[in-house]
Design a protein around this ligand. Structure first.
Ligand code: FAD
Ligand code: SF4
Length: 697
């Protein structure tokens, strides 16, 4: 189950937007869907019915309040990104929690009727951009953007989208030719609202007519003249048919920006004062034998029920409507009002008498395929693309308290190796002996030798892979390795069992020596992830301890990183049978340690099950999204999906790597360590052990 956030749906009083939300809910069935509302009119009853939760307001706040909220939200997100404090809450939490975002703008993403629409639309996507959440811009008519600011902003937001589904050819061409958006991102298909499954119970000779208070502007009429026009049209239709006026938009009276998005019932009320006419609701579309609509989604509502439709078009969005003998589009911007009324009533009369057997509604539904595909790609992207193939995801730890405590995270890697050796499924294990400086690869055949290999070796000899290749050539071998080691060894020895470690990057040996020298410690073997005093950190045999949050987060995360690691795209050992990492931030994490586990192959599953049966480990299943959450930033970094924070990190890392390469700049690094990275001497080795025992109890 993915967590999906829908943004930019503006008006639940517009049945077109409701249709689109319903269609999207169909596509997202099985996922957990929330709707973020900064400035929207949301109907919570409709959302409840569709299983959608709402974050934010259900009515637009005033302009000043909205601007203040936007400014504080962006400031808060920036602070959160840079410092980790000011954790997102409310609507921002919905962005932070989701796996991906669907921008369902409902109507159009453009400076028409006002640039405010573009600004608001782009703003709702900014948190997704800042948090590195992938998004699709779904089923919209896009452009034109008339001012330099809105154009630049829209181009930025659109070019960062994972995909865009254009619902009309004008949009497709505008994106390609005018905004230069990569064509492989954009697909052209029918409006998402066709994806809803609707039925009709037509009454013979009943014609539905949907007027719109927006239409008069496109016909060059005043509002009163437009009402007269609709009344004339009704009278013409009534000569041969029964007519019902059908509203599609029920409000609000005033929309975002200067243009009112008015209630269709206003026009209907005025027309009813001039002619005797039945006024219905949007649900009465199902009763019609033919339908005439000014609102595009009202027409789609009729078409998706197989009702012959005359669509009255006044903008580019209607250019995406299907063409069929039972669908006719008339441009209301052409010709005189009288001529138009004649053409519309003639078209409607033709439609009423059409036979019903050749109306292929499923054909239209199939034409919406690209929306489903865009969502499927986002689903895959969030998990498979970030994590690689997986069969099962879990968190867990070694059952043996000592193994858990000694382990880099929760001791699962050591427990799996122990299981493989003691169950006889492996004759030897290739591990990293951590009692030397630097740690070195060894082959282990006895479980009693495992303890010296437990822990994470952040630095290894440059020829480690060569030694591992020799050791892994033995038959029936289980190998624990970093993603790059697993990939290299798997291609040589595919029959081995591979336990991969998550890996952001390793550290050059001279980096560790630099660190030890700074604290005037002998350059000997250290534990990089010792657990002491309820903390995890570097423990030197002389009893000197530096918390991981200090020496890694503030120093080795930037300095002494091998260049190859900055080009590496695999964080989670995607070629392994089973991959193990740290379950940062997931519930159950304690100072004793908890592992994230990604089981990828049948062989990996067998090993995991054997370890469970033998009581070596305890696990609980989690979703792949949970695993992604534990490593989101490093994953995005490795997959090249850089948000603002990761761009800053990459820059600082380049500076740190440059400084660590040049001895002349080393005094700056010493100065940084002196002010930012504090270690402390524990009260003798005995107390280190005591603190561990205390932590385990
Ligand atoms: C360089 C490096 C970077 C890492 N980056 C991340 C990260 O970004 N995110 C994350 O969640 N986890 C990361 N890890 C993995 C994490 O530190 C733990 O190794 C992992 O969670 C397994 O924990 P455990 O308690 O099950 O391991 P343990 O039970 O302690 O077993 C660890 C096993 O890994 C072997 N090993 C240790 N270091 C190496 C090495 N350099 N090469 C080959 N084998 C080795 C040991 O011999 C041992 O068998 C990294 C580890 C390393 C070495
Ligand atoms: S970041 Fe990649 S290349 Fe560097 S040690 Fe880790 S797996 Fe190997």
């Amino acid at each position: 189950m993915r967590r999906v956030l829908v943004v930019n749906t503006y008006n639940f009083q517009n049945m077109g937007e409701v249709l689109q939300v319903e269609a999207l809910a169909n596509i997202l069935r099985g996922d957990s869907v929330s709707l973020a509302s900064w400035y929207s009119y949301v109907d919570t009853a409709i959302c409840d019915g569709l299983g959608i939760s709402v974050a934010g307001n259900t009515r637009p706040p005033g302009k000043i309040a909205l601007l203040a909220k936007a400014a504080t939200s962006l400031a808060r997100l920036t602070l959160y990104q840079q410092t980790g404090i000011a954790k997102p809450s409310g609507i921002l939490k919905a962005y932070d929690d989701c796996d991906f975002v669907v921008d369902l703008g409902g109507d159009t993403f453009s400076d028409n009727p006002s640039p405010v629409y573009t600004l608001a639309h782009c703003f709702a996507l900014l948190p997704a951009l800042m948090l590195g959440k992938p998004y699709t811009v779904c089923s919209q008519s896009i452009g034109p953007f008339k001012t330099p600011v809105t154009r630049a902003l829209a181009r930025y937001v659109l070019s960062n989208a994972q995909s865009i589904t254009a619902r009309d050819p004008i949009t497709y061409n505008y994106l390609k030719d005018n905004l230069s958006i990569a064509t492989d991102k954009v697909s052209l298909c029918k409006d998402l609202a066709f994806f809803t499954e609707r039925t009709a119970v037509p009454e013979a000779g009943l014609v539905g007519l949907n007027p719109s208070p927006l239409a008069h502007r496109y016909m060059g009429l005043t509002p009163d003249e437009y009402v007269d026009f609709v009344a004339t049209l009704v009278e013409k239709l009534q000569q041969t048919h029964r007519v019902i006026l059908i509203p599609h938009v029920y409000g609000p009276r005033h929309g975002l920006g200067k243009v009112a998005n008015q209630d269709d019932r206003q026009v209907i009320g005025e027309v009813a004062k001039r002619v005797h006419i039945e006024a219905g609701t949007h649900e009465d579309i199902a009763r019609c034998s033919a339908f005439v609509g000014f609102r595009m989604h009202a027409c789609i509502n009729a078409m998706s029920r197989g009702i012959p439709t005359v669509a009255l078009s006044y903008s580019q969005k209607s250019s995406g409507l299907p063409t069929a003998n039972w669908v006719k589009t008339i441009d209301i911007r052409e010709g005189t009002a009288t001529g138009l009324a004649d053409r519309i009533s003639a078209a409607a009369t033709d439609m009423v008498s059409l036979p019903s057997d050749d109306r292929d509604v499923n054909w239209m539904r199939r034409e919406t395929e690209c929306h489903t595909r865009a969502v499927a790609e986002l689903r895959a992207l969030t998990h498979t693309e970030l994590l690689g193939e997986y069969r099962r995801c879990a968190v867990g730890h070694a059952s043996n308290a000592k193994t858990r405590l000694k382990g880099a995270s929760g001791g699962v890697a050591t427990s799996l190796v122990k299981c493989a050796l003691s169950a006889g499924t492996a004759d030897s294990a290739v591990l990293m002996d951590q009692t030397t400086m630097p740690p070195r690869p060894v082959s282990v055949t006895e479980t009693s030798q495992l303890e010296r290999c437990t822990g994470s070796a952040y630095c290894i000899p440059e020829d480690a892979l060569k030694t591992m290749t020799e050791l892994a050539s033995r038959p029936d071998c289980v190998v624990v390795g970093l993603p790059c080691q697993v990939a290299a060894l798997r291609s040589r020895f595919p029959d081995n069992t591979y336990v991969g470690l998550f890996c952001s990057h390793r550290v050059k040996e001279n980096g560790i020596r630099f660190l030890l020298r700074h604290y005037q410690l002998a350059e000997e073997a250290v534990q990089f992830r010792a657990k002491a005093d309820g903390n995890t950190g570097l423990l030197h045999p002389q009893g000197f301890f530096i918390p991981l949050k200090m020496y890694w987060n503030r120093f080795l995360n930037y300095c002494f990183i091998p260049r190859g690691c900055t080009r590496c795209h695999d964080l989670t050992a995607e070629d392994a049978d089973i991959s193990i990492g740290d379950a940062w931030g997931l519930s159950g994490t304690s100072e004793l340690g908890l592992n994230a586990i990604v089981c990828r192959t049948h062989r990996g599953e067998e090993l995991l099950n054997a370890a469970l049966e033998r009581g070596e480990i305890e696990i609980r299943d989690v979703s792949p999204a949970d695993i992604v959450r534990t490593q989101r930033n490093y994953l995005l970094l490795k997959k090249g999906r850089l948000n603002f924070k990761l761009r800053v990190y990459s820059l600082l890392r380049a500076v740190g790597m440059g400084a660590s390469q040049h001895r002349l700049l080393h005094p700056i690094l010493h100065f940084w360590l002196a002010i930012a990275v504090r270690g402390r001497r524990l009260q003798g080795q005995g107390s280190v052990e005591e603190s561990r025992v205390a932590a385990s109890s």
